[in-house]
Design a protein around this ligand. Structure first.
Ligand SMILES: C[S@@+](CC[C@H](N)C(=O)[O-])C[C@H]1O[C@@H](n2cnc3c(N)ncnc32)[C@H](O)[C@@H]1O
Length: 340
């Protein structure tokens, strides 16, 4: 690469926020949905559908084009394969995920990144004077958007995650921090004799009744609101913590695991599912490094390596001698069985 090409690459990186905001605005104007047609649309057709002046719209479309989300052929604009992931309602969609993480609420938290790096206090807390989950308990719209983003993540990974969990006959599964039940209902569908409880905070569980009702396992799945820092249901045979621990710093993650050590019944299993980062830098773990920074700024949590997790489990007094793990794609399920 020449120095000028390097310069160009760095300017593109500096402009990452421009792409983030372009994705948010295009979503708000419904542009990804408009373009989700076989023949694509002309600039004029997109402008009419989105009600934006063509002269402004073309600049947004060119930004999306250079980000490989939109392409142009014969004067018609089309979505690329990654671009289709931003169409709401499509399988595997990231539409709510994009809206949530590019929202002003989330983006403002990055304004004080230097202070976060100096002090460790999450930018979200510096701006809002409360932690993210306390904030969600008071802002229904932000809570619904976040839950929608988590639902997309859970839906996209549920099938893979169910393949790394083997349940025996008649198990009772407790999904701690199970959100709206997207994952647990999928797991119960794959295990016809199992029953289960989605356990989450009152705000986190808000959509669970409708997800469970619409599923084919409504007669085998219920939900319970609570706080995993204090008390969890004691009637499970398998407990799941999926994509939960990374929200919390070591002290708070330890407290969740202590609740499990004290309250998971003898002989039951605890399965921790997450995207663990490798011990040494690996370019393939790029998303993990970004979400790790995001946790620092938004929730005060962190991504962990499997060794980091093992240290926390040991400290919480959980039986790591029985630890085993299984992996599918970026997901790893770490399993422990408590002494009978
Ligand atoms: C990152 S989301 C993961 C959701 C789900 N397990 C999944 O894999 O999609 C973390 C979940 O922890 C829940 N949570 C946060 N604080 C909680 C608490 N004190 N007690 C129970 N659940 C809590 C949140 O409401 C949210 O649903």
């Amino acid at each position: 690469m020449t120095a000028l090409e390097d310069r160009d690459s760095v300017i593109q990186l500096i402009g990452g926020y421009i792409v983030s905001n372009a994705i948010r605005a295009a979503g708000d104007f419904g542009i990804f949905s408009l373009l989700d047609v076989d023949d694509g649309l002309t600039l004029t057709e997109v402008a009419l559908g989105a009600r934006i002046d063509e002269a402004h719209l073309i600049r947004l479309l060119r930004t999306l084009q250079q980000a490989h989300l939109v392409e142009e052929a014969g004067n018609r604009f089309h979505l690329t394969s990654p671009g289709r992931l931003l169409v709401p309602e499509r399988e595997g969609t990231l539409a709510n995920f994009a809206r949530n993480f590019t929202s002003p609420l989330f983006q403002r938290s990055w304004d004080s990144l230097e202070e976060t790096l100096r002090t460790g206090t999450p930018g979200f807390f510096l701006v809002n004077q409360q932690s993210i989950y306390d904030y969600f308990a008071e802002d229904d719209a932000a809570n619904a958007l976040f839950n929608g983003a988590m639902q997309e993540e859970a839906a996209a990974t549920a099938t893979a995650a169910t393949t790394i969990i083997t349940l025996a006959e008649n198990e009772r599964v407790i999904d701690l921090g199970g959100g709206d039940g997207t994952f647990l209902t999928k797991l119960l569908q794959a295990n016809p004799t199992a029953t289960g409880t989605v356990f989450d905070s009152p705000a986190g569980i808000a959509n669970a009744p409708s997800v469970i009702d619409r599923s084919s396992v409504a007669n085998r799945c219920d939900f319970q609101a609570g706080d995993f820092f204090t008390a969890i249901p004691r009637n499970g045979t398998t407990y799941i913590l999926k994509s939960v621990l990374q929200d919390w710093d070591d002290e708070r993650a330890y407290q969740i695991l202590r609740t499990c050590a004290e309250q998971v019944p003898a002989g039951a299993r605890l399965i921790i599912i997450g995207n663990f980062i490798p011990d040494d830098f690996d370019r393939n773990a790029a998303v993990g490094y970004l979400t790790d920074m995001c946790m620092l700024v938004i929730s005060g949590g962190r991504e962990r390596t499997l060794d980091d997790l093992r240290r926390l489990l040991d400290r919480a007094g959980l039986p790591t001698a029985s630890l085993s793990h299984r992996r599918v794609g970026p997901l790893t399920a770490v399993e422990l069985t408590s002494a009978p």
